[in-house]
Write a protein that binds this ligand. Structure first.
Ligand SMILES: Cc1cc2nc3c(=O)[nH]c(=O)nc-3n(C[C@H](O)[C@H](O)[C@H](O)COP(=O)(O)OP(=O)(O)OC[C@H]3O[C@@H](n4cnc5c(N)ncnc54)[C@H](O)[C@@H]3O)c2cc1C
Ligand code: FES
Ligand code: FES
Length: 1340
């Protein structure tokens, strides 16, 4: 059913008041035309989950993405909106259509956040609800995902399910490589992908090395015959022209080219570009026209002249056609395979499956992006583009003349692109294509290229070098091409030509749009080098053996292998067993409900935040008059309207809810607009006029040091007289390292729904901190805390980002609800969420180390700086934890550190898994690696020499257990570290541009909240008379499996199967003053509290059980009830550890250590900076797991977050390191398009995890619930081993260049940082002097 008519009519009023805009003009034509209107169908018809749907054209906004219809109109909430820009796959649905020509049904996975609703005319749309449900039956993909533990928070899960489902519909017996490829457009932030990959592999006929399902659970076979049939009605339906028009806009889908040309409108093909413009830029067009049903534009064929591709052919269809074409080439045509392969190579790493399934070649060409992957190939191959207008024939334009400027093409306003001809390469022409992005899969390019050369008699007679990413358009390099003609094919020619290319396309200076001038130039030269070597090889000319692998391109996707070793220690009815996550089934069917899935409330208002667009400025005025006039706007509230306190903050309330006089960071909240419809609220927010006076901004730690801008706290730990020990040390050295921040990238963005009810405010929110939300909502409104109830059912990932930084959004929504007395919903779009919420603190660490010639560490003097952002938030606590991790696992007898938090004009940085631990750990491992480099020793030698022994005290006086050395020794053996080290040395000596690195590295992670009072928790248990149990505890289930573990503990204690236990949402009216779910402590404190309550109940029932040992819990409960024994208990847990004062270094800070060692091997391509993690072995002490599968899931997820932190995840802010970002303090990387979390392709090719048995010391039982140690954060440190393995590989590359000395390598190791550290003649050519010591820019 469609949403209320009111909303729609108001929507159109707002919509039509927005000035229509167009982009460069290409493809955009005025609206008039002579078409046969009566033949056009006026309703949209499609099937949704097997049922017919008809939408009247008056109710259609042509730009509305399919997801809006699915979620808002069809009320199917399983499909999730996590980014809105096609970059995560959470919104994946299947669209199926009948191909009349092939007489077959085709299924495509698509991003419903981009695909327009109108696109699905005549198709069968399947959402996650359409394939299975908990109530009926799970589909086999849902079942296997649940069994294998493929979901944690569950927010990405429906998207994965639909990608797998689509893959199976197209090929019921897939091979593992192609089936894994189906998921290349899906991301997950929680799981580390391994269980998802293994669940997928269980469908593949060639499956090997899959981790078996936990407890060897049985699963049903996949039977394609049971799938729902494609609707017969749609099969029979002829495709007819479509016209959907309402009072403001139209959508046409003609079936003839003539009509398409006659109707003068903006072409919309796959909408993978336009959809983003609609959503994020608010671009609108009065008339849109879809070419997907025009035969001339969707035709693809080939003849002796080449390939002819209609502009509306999708990239997926091109790929498929080319593969078939390659397979059908006759022996005399074999050489054509090179042109085909170069296009296929670019398509392979072009976006993800969902994008390729709808994106068209025409859209890619006309969009004219300077980093288009296809355009350089089309340039190099000499393609011809055909443009056409009404009444005229198609006109050829050479590709080399088509791109005229940034996103500008040679095409008149009245023209469209009709088709493309790609000529075959001649027999003696050689072609290759290259691409390097921030991440291999589903990423746009940094530089992309294709090159063609023809060689006769060892002389180059033709050359075409196409590039993207070096200029405002895709370009050829005519000067270099001309230079090459007539030259001999040898390396001397390469050297000379590279110099010409460098002059011709090289980028210089720091202000080039997109930055990375030196890297992009180096990449262009490196691709040229790869091409030249391949050319030599192709012509059987000598290439030094060591360069054999230098021609290789991006690391190919490989089928992964994994093993897991742990001893099941089953205790009682449930503890120690791999119970599936309690919500696993609901995750996979989309039935798991998150805040934004809650039904639209009666009279609910939507909101838009008023956000500053300055980094640092005085607010001179704020005028809301025009905004208030937008139809549908109900209220606009700023600091002036706050009835209580406008100040908030977790530890210190030093932050304004709404900025009053001064903006302290880009994106700071100035107020909130509420309206009947989200579009009206957004439009009004844009119309608010704010006058500013800009002030100088401080963005980085170095800015802050220069300006002495710090929060007024200096913390530090001192063990022994460091100056004295340092002066006695035979050797000393000094150094520093910077570490970039990290975005939590929880899949569910910050969302709150506040519902006023009589005098109470009910706050439904996605938070890790229900208590603080309650507290600050109350203080904002000036009402008592007991009038606010926070309710948290489940959270779609938090990782620390929801510990404090969402409280303000709940408070803002509550304020609007307070005035309007209506429910108010706030949901941040991904780009806004990333821009304004802050993440992991960037750090700068300086060190002075004293040591002897054997590598024994004697003294360390450390200075740490954290970039805290604009307010305190949790920064001091984060800093404290960093200060307590500065030993990694090494005994440094004298250690002193000091830390300060820089006050800067960026959003307040906050908690993130590890909470300062990773920054302290990197500091420690950096100085250890520096010492090793100095002494020309392997870092492992220095590590082993200094490893703590059992009973040693850390510099903060905490005793270390034997597991440190034990995990080190076991990992060293099981990973075959020594043998592999030797193999790697041989490999490196034989390969010039492929280098491998291996590292063996320990970690120890102290577990407890540093703030002593937080180490407490409560839980409440009721037993009902049927023997079922209801538990409410103060923890938040955000994917970590907390509820499952608590249920296991309770089931065990009361002697029942886990199915008897239900866990209810956390609600502050049931559990008051709860500590946040953080610091890996939730199982300890809430499991402990639940255990306490369960024990009380067990004790009350004990007399009944003693009388009747065979009675069920229900029978015992009934007896107790009739005896008036309470069957409800409140449990409480507080940690008995001593607590610690960092300033005096007194007390015991942790409860225990979770420990482990990683052996990690990587390979890098020194020419591009690409890297691949080849193998990881982890040996951990996590105590006696309550649930080994959940714990291993935490290990894998944390490991990949740690790996991402130190490799591909990079944030770029508008600061002095990035002068090309014009707005100071603006986050450039605010979305999955530019910020890259690891994808499934980034997981280790081989991944072995072992949980050590018999680690439990007798004392653990008293401090850790069921002797199970915290596991949420600790393995993240082991993921950072990727940094050290890469650094070893980079060292090997630098040694080839005679660079033997230590070098500073900041984190993260992006492809840019790796490439530029692997200095060679090409990078020297690109950046000139100083290439050896170049420090890649970064926001620290
Ligand atoms: C998540 C994501 C990842 C991506 N990754 C990559 C990548 O790896 N490499 C890469 O190169 N690109 C990438 N892109 C960009 C995008 O996918 C391509 O540009 C795509 O090919 C556009 O095709 P479309 O059919 O979706 O175009 P649309 O969005 O429908 O249209 C784009 C523009 O082209 C115009 N247009 C389309 N067809 C015609 C025609 N026949 N005549 C005249 N004008 C026309 C439209 O009017 C519009 O202005 C990515 C995009 C997303 C969202
Ligand atoms: S929500 Fe559509 S791809 Fe992320
Ligand atoms: S389970 Fe994948 S994002 Fe949480």
């Amino acid at each position: 059913m469609l949403r209320a008519r009111w909303a729609l009519s108001q929507f159109w009023k707002v919509y039509s008041s927005i000035p229509f805009s167009s982009d460069s003009g290409s493809g955009w034509i005025s609206t008039s035309g002579d078409i046969s209107q009566e033949t056009y169908k006026k309703t949209l018809n499609f099937y949704l989950n097997g049922k017919p749907v008809q939408v009247d054209s008056r109710n259609i906004n042509p730009a509305e993405p399919l997801i809006d219809y699915i979620r808002n109109n069809a009320n199917l909430k399983g499909t999730k909106l996590a980014c809105g820009e096609g970059g995560c796959g959470a919104c994946t649905v299947t669209i199926s259509h009948y191909d009349h020509e092939k007489q077959a049904v085709t299924h495509r996975a698509v991003n419903s956040c981009l695909v327009p609703l109108c696109y699905v005319e005549g198709m069968d749309v399947t959402t996650v609800e359409g394939i299975g449900s908990v109530f009926d039956e799970l589909h086999p993909v849902q079942e296997r995902m649940a069994i294998w533990g493929g979901s944690q928070c569950g927010f990405c899960t429906p998207g994965f399910i639909m990608s797998m489902y689509t893959g199976l519909r197209n090929n019921p017996e897939p091979d593992s490589k192609s089936f894994q490829k189906c998921m290349d457009g899906n991301l997950c932030r929680c799981t580390g992908y391994r269980p998802i990959v293994d669940a997928a592999k269980s469908f593949c006929h060639d499956t090997k090395d899959t981790v078996k399902p936990p407890e060897d659970r049985a699963f049903k076979p996949y039977d394609a015959a049971k799938e729902k049939p494609f609707p017969e009605e749609l099969k029979q339906k002829k495709i007819v022209p479509l016209q959907l028009t309402n009072e403001s806009a139209s959508w046409y889908a003609p079936t003839s080219l003539k009509d398409l040309l006659d109707i003068k409108a903006k072409i919309i093909s796959g909408s993978t570009e336009l959809g983003i413009d609609f959503r994020f830029k608010g671009t609108t067009f009065p008339v849109l026209i879809s070419p997907v049903n025009v035969p001339e534009l969707t035709d693809i064929h080939h003849d002796d002249n080449g390939l002819h591709i209609g502009s509306a052919v999708t990239l997926d269809n091109i790929g498929r056609y080319l593969e078939e074409c390659a397979a059908s080439l006759s022996p005399s045509q074999r050489h054509r395979e090179r042109a085909i392969q170069s296009v296929l190579d670019q398509l392979h790493y072009f976006a993800g499956t969902q994008i390729r399934n709808v994106a068209t070649i025409g859209g890619n060409i006309v969009n004219a992006s300077p980093i288009s992957d296809l355009n350089p190939v089309l340039l190099a191959l000499g393609a011809t583009f055909y443009t056409q207008k009404a009444g005229e024939k198609a006109k050829p334009v050479a590709a080399s003349e088509y791109f005229t400027g940034y996103k500008k093409v040679k095409m008149e306003d009245q023209e469209i692109l009709s088709h493309v001809t790609i000529p075959w390469n001649e027999e003696d022409e050689f072609v290759e294509a290259y691409k390097q992005g921030r991440r291999r899969e589903d990423d746009i390019a940094i530089v992309t290229s294709a090159m063609l050369a023809k060689v006769q008699d060892e002389k180059i007679v033709k050359a075409k070098l196409g590039f993207g990413g070096l200029a405002p358009t895709s370009i050829l390099s005519p000067k270099t091409e001309a230079f090459l003609i007539g030259k001999k094919l040898d390396l001397q020619t390469f050297n000379e030509a590279a110099a010409v290319l460098n002059r011709e396309v090289g980028l210089r200076g720091e202000n080039v749009p997109g930055g990375q001038a030196g890297y992009r130039t180096t990449l262009a030269l490196s691709f040229f080098y790869k091409f030249f070597l391949s050319l030599l090889h192709h012509h059987s000319l000598p290439v030094p053996e060591k360069l054999g692998r230098s021609t290789e391109k991006a690391f190919p996707a490989e089928t992964t292998r994994a093993t897991q070793e742990y001893r099941l220690n089953k205790r009682g009815t449930s503890v120690g067993q791999s119970e599936p996550h309690l919500s696993a089934k609901k995750h996979t069917t989309g039935e798991a409900r998150y805040v934004d899935d809650m039904p639209h409330q009666h009279r609910e208002l939507q909101s838009a935040l008023i956000l500053a667009d300055r980094g640092h400025a005085k607010i001179l005025s704020l005028d809301k008059e025009a905004a208030m006039k937008v139809p549908g706007v109900v209220g606009i509230y700023t600091y002036r309207d706050v009835p209580g306190s406008n100040l908030w903050g977790d530890v210190i309330s030093d932050e304004e809810l709404f900025a009053s006089k001064e903006v302290l960071h880009y994106g700071q909240m100035l107020g909130i607009v509420v309206a009947e419809h989200e579009i009206a609220a957004k439009e009004a927010a844009k119309l608010i006029k704010i006058e500013y006076e800009d002030l100088p901004g401080i963005y980085t730690i170095d800015d802050a040091i220069q300006a002495d801008s710090f929060f007024p706290v200096t913390h530090g730990v001192t063990q022994k007289n460091v100056d004295e020990e340092m002066s006695k040390a035979p050797l000393t050295l000094e150094g520093q390292i910077y570490m970039g921040g990290q975005e939590q990238f929880y899949f569910e963005t910050q969302t709150s729904l506040v519902v006023p009810d009589e005098e109470d405010m009910y706050v439904y929110t996605s938070t890790q901190n229900a208590h603080k939300t309650q507290k600050f909502v109350a203080s904002t409104l000036g009402i008592p805390i007991n009038q606010v109830v926070t309710r948290v059912g489940r959270v779609g990932g938090g990782f620390g980002g929801k510990e404090t930084r969402n409280i303000n959004f709940s408070a803002a929504a509550a304020l609007a609800a307070y005035y309007t007395r209506r429910p108010v919903r706030v949901r941040l779009e991904r780009n806004v969420d990333m821009q304004i919420t802050g993440g992991r603190h960037p750090f700068k660490s300086s060190y002075k180390i004293g040591f002897d010639s054997s590598g024994k560490l004697l003294a360390a003097d450390l200075q740490l700086y954290a970039n805290g952002g604009m307010s305190h938030d949790l920064s001091v606590a984060v800093l404290d934890r960093a200060l307590l991790f500065c030993d990694s696992s090494y005994n440094v007898p004298a250690l002193r550190n000091k830390g300060r938090v820089a006050r800067t004009n960026i959003p307040s940085h906050t908690a993130f898994r590890g909470f300062g631990g990773p920054q302290g750990y990197l500091t420690a491992e950096a100085y250890v690696e520096h010492v090793a480099s100095f002494l020309k020793l392997r870092p492992e030698v220095v590590r082993e020499r200094n490893l703590y022994n059992e009973g040693d005290l850390t510099y903060y006086n905490f005793p270390v257990t034997k597991s440190v050395r034990r995990s080190w020794d076991e990992c060293k053996i099981s990973s075959k570290f020594q043998d592999r080290l030797q193999e790697i040395e041989i490999y490196n000596s034989q390969n010039r541009h492929r280098k491998r690195g291996i590292t063996l590295i320990p970690s120890k992670y102290g577990v407890a909240f540093n703030a002593m009072f937080l180490n407490q928790g409560s839980a409440m248990i009721h037993i009902y008379l049927d023997g079922t149990i209801l538990v409410t505890h103060g923890g938040i289930e955000m994917g970590q499996g907390l509820n499952t573990k608590v249920a296991q503990v309770v089931a065990n204690e009361l002697g029942v199967h886990i199915s008897h236990v239900r866990i209810k949402e956390m609600a502050t009216d049931k559990i008051p003053n709860a500590s946040p779910s953080a610091a890996s402590m939730s199982t300890d404190i809430y499991g402990g509290a639940a255990l306490d309550a369960a024990r009380q109940l067990a004790e009350r029932l004990r007399p009944y059980r003693e009388k009747d040992s065979g009675a069920t819990l229900g029978q015992l409960a009934v007896k107790a009830y009739f005896d008036r024994v309470s069957l409800s208990a409140q449990g409480f847990f507080k940690s008995e550890h001593e607590g610690y004062d960092i300033m005096t270094n007194k007390g015991k800070v942790w409860r225990y250590f979770t420990l482990g060692t990683a052996c990690t091997e990587v390979e890098i391509d020194t020419l591009t900076g690409d890297h691949k993690v080849r193998r990881v072995d982890l040996v951990l002490d996590v105590g006696d797991p309550i649930n080994p599968t959940i714990d291993i899931g935490q290990v894998e997820g944390a490991f990949m977050q740690g790996a991402g932190l130190v490799s591909i995840e990079e944030l770029a802010w508008g600061d002095n390191q990035h002068p090309w970002i014009k707005q100071g303090g603006k986050l450039q990387t605010a979305g999955p398009g530019t910020y890259k979390i690891p994808s499934a392709d980034d997981i280790p090719t081989e991944w072995n995890i072992s949980l050590m048995p018999d680690t439990t010391d007798p004392k653990l039982e008293t401090v850790a619930v069921q002797s199970s140690k915290a596991v949420g954060e600790p393995p993240l440190l082991l993921g950072m081993s990727v940094y050290f393995a890469i650094k070893e590989a980079v060292k090997a590359a630098r040694r080839e260049e005679g660079q033997e000395e230590y070098f500073q390598l900041n984190s993260p190791l992006t492809s840019e940082r790796i490439r530029m550290a692997c200095v060679d003649d090409l990078s020297r050519m690109a950046v000139g002097e100083g290439a050896e010591d170049i420090q890649t820019k970064g926001s620290f």
